[in-house]
Design a binder for this molecule. Sequence first.
Ligand SMILES: NC(=O)C1=CN([C@@H]2O[C@H](COP(=O)(O)OP(=O)(O)OC[C@H]3O[C@@H](n4cnc5c(N)ncnc54)[C@H](O)[C@@H]3O)[C@@H](O)[C@H]2O)C=CC1
Ligand SMILES: CCCCCC(=O)CC\C=C/C=C/C=C/[C@@H](O)[C@@H](O)CCCC(=O)O
Length: 283
Amino acid sequence: MDSHVTAAIQSTGRVAFKGLRPPPPPHMALQDQVAVVTGAVQGIGRAMAEILLRNGAKVALLDVNEAAGKSLKEVLDKQHGPERTLFLSCDVESEEQIRAAFQRTAGALGAVDIVCNNAGVLNEAEWEKTISVNLVAVVRVTYIALEHMNKMSGGRGGVIINTASMAGLFPLLSCPVYTATKYGVVGFTRAMAANSTALGFGIRFNALCPGFVQTDILDNIYERLGQFSQLSAETQVFVDKGVLKTSEVAEGLLELLTNDTKNGEALQVMCSSQKYMKFPVFT
Ligand SMILES: NC(=O)C1=CN([C@@H]2O[C@H](COP(=O)(O)OP(=O)(O)OC[C@H]3O[C@@H](n4cnc5c(N)ncnc54)[C@H](O)[C@@H]3O)[C@@H](O)[C@H]2O)C=CC1
Ligand SMILES: CCCCCC(=O)CC\C=C/C=C/C=C/[C@@H](O)[C@@H](O)CCCC(=O)O
């Protein structure tokens, strides 16, 4: 039986039907934790911000899209109260803007406990931009986050979750550069996790690897694939097999945040299941 249904029966004493079931109880571990989410105003990032807020965290929403950021903040203020979120216009390609965003978050919401490196783009024609946002910026944000969170330099530790993709585990032939960035994110995450254990950062690092998700990234696939657009039909075949809702990806985030046994893992989020990637062991 679905575990949410089981939980609903236990908490209400009656059978809850799918679609009518009450929301799961909040994870107390996230209560009043301070999270920074990049690419937070729409798509997967927005669903991440929403699940964090529902579970009691305070969230700094970082994004380049100022108009969408301001209107999302208005919506979230009504649901959770104005003191629970902060919208910060921030381009993750700018070290200066990231530093300012972390300072403002710490000042307004408190010391940062959680970072979700989620901002990403897919444009095989502008492939240098794709590497810059999807991989270089993940490293940049992570190193600035370490200055705030590393237990070895006065921080209090925490969790960093990087949004990779199934394309970081299995190559998507229509977008080789996007695939390379996501393999890079998985590799960086695993290396930082091992570093953290070796050097005592007190920070867990994990990668979230969704399959196709219903967001704007799936619009205009043909244009996004540039010289590989002839393969768009092949990619569309994969898309037609099933597309996730952003809320399903957010459930994967919750698992990685709250399961404190996980460090250096890549969680595959697919339509039929969630499972941890089994990596070969190097001896
Ligand atoms: N939609 C999908 O099928 C999948 C998406 N992903 C990954 O999930 C992440 C989120 O993507 P989606 O929600 O699908 O896309 P989306 O396009 O809906 O959202 C991306 C967000 O990132 C922001 N952003 C882009 N460049 C930025 C920058 N330089 N600085 C700050 N913010 C920036 C955008 O303004 C937007 O709000 C990306 O890393 C993507 O690669 C992973 C697997 C599947
Ligand atoms: C061109 C649009 C890209 C959208 C952005 C993404 O990151 C999409 C996700 C990329 C790849 C998805 C692959 C999904 C594969 C699964 O359907 C399955 O074939 C993999 C099964 C692996 C397993 O079960 O071991």
